[in-house]
Ligand binder design. Structure first.
Ligand SMILES: C[S@@+](CC[C@H](N)C(=O)[O-])C[C@H]1O[C@@H](n2cnc3c(N)ncnc32)[C@H](O)[C@@H]1O
Length: 259
């Protein structure tokens, strides 16, 4: 997974119009000086669906998915049940882990957030074919989704599995694990909620190692954390992780608990 997908495709003016305004100035909004990812063109990832995927999307997305919007999600209403735990995953990719984990945590609502439409279409297919009842999807930047669509202190967990490593030094500021996102994650977690991050990129692991104690609302629990109150076994070797393993990379996992 050391090579990020090529996210830097050109935006059309219309796409800029759709996605451009949804970029929060977090420092100004929160009045802090934390580091937030510079997403640039990452906020829009082009992708074409096959005819079958498009048909599936047209039929099931209105019920199981939604686009980034300036509107809080009514989680109970969307999942059709009350009181279940809710975990949000940022960057679910093609949803391999998401679809494998969800049936093992059927009592938990899982919200998969991803920019890449074909990835969401693949997960949607797995959800529909597998009759998986506890996954919903949002298409958009995970930071904006948390900011605009998720109530503070409402999540039991946040997952970030194999985030784009942005290996070049001049791109490090695009990495999603930084002091600002950790602060936003903490704000959306309930007390006792869990943040779970995994990477197979040695440089990114060193970067995260420097940040494990930077957010005062998060207590770093390291890995493994046997008493962790939620599923931490990702179940599958993802495509990206598989690539990492092939290249003899070491997977590093991180767990924090919201204080
Ligand atoms: C390297 S892939 C890993 C995918 C998956 N978690 C896995 O392990 O196979 C990183 C994914 O994060 C998505 N991504 C990157 N930045 C994001 C953001 N700000 N919000 C939502 N998704 C994002 C990318 O589109 C990509 O699919």
């Amino acid at each position: 997974m050391t090579t990020p997908q090529n996210p830097e495709q050109a935006l059309t003016e219309r796409e800029r119009g759709q996605f451009g305004p949804m970029q929060t100035d977090f420092n100004a909004t929160f009045g802090n000086e934390l580091d937030y990812p510079r997403l640039g063109n990452v906020t829009f990832r082009r992708g074409t669906l096959t005819d079958n995927q498009q048909a599936l999307f047209d039929e099931h997305w209105p019920r199981l998915g939604r686009e980034l919007a300036n509107e809080r999600i009514d989680i109970d209403e969307w999942f059709g049940r009350t009181g279940a735990k809710t975990i949000l995953e940022i960057g679910s990719g093609t949803g391999t882990s998401t679809a494998a984990m969800a049936p093992l945590e059927a009592d938990t609502n899982v919200i998969a957030v991803e920019l890449y439409k074909p990835g969401l279409a693949k997960l949607l297919g797995a959800v529909v074919r597998g009759g998986i009842g506890n996954i919903r999807m949002v298409r958009g930047d995970g930071m904006e989704v948390l900011m605009r669509m998720v109530e503070p202190e409402s999540l039991d967990g946040i997952r970030v599995f194999f985030p784009d490593p942005w290996p070049k030094a001049r791109h490090h500021k695009r990495r999603i694990i930084q002091s600002g996102p950790l602060n936003l994650f903490a704000s959306r977690l309930k007390k006792g909620g869990v943040l779970h991050v995994a990477t197979d990129h040695a440089g990114y692991a060193e970067w995260i190692d420097e940040l494990v104690n930077v957010e005062p609302q998060l207590e770093y629990k390291d890995w493994p954390w046997p008493e962790c109150p939620q599923l931490t076994d990702r179940q599958v070797i993802t495509k990206f992780e598989g690539k990492g393993l092939d290249a003899d990379h070491v997977i590093k996992e991180y767990l924090w608990e919201k204080k």
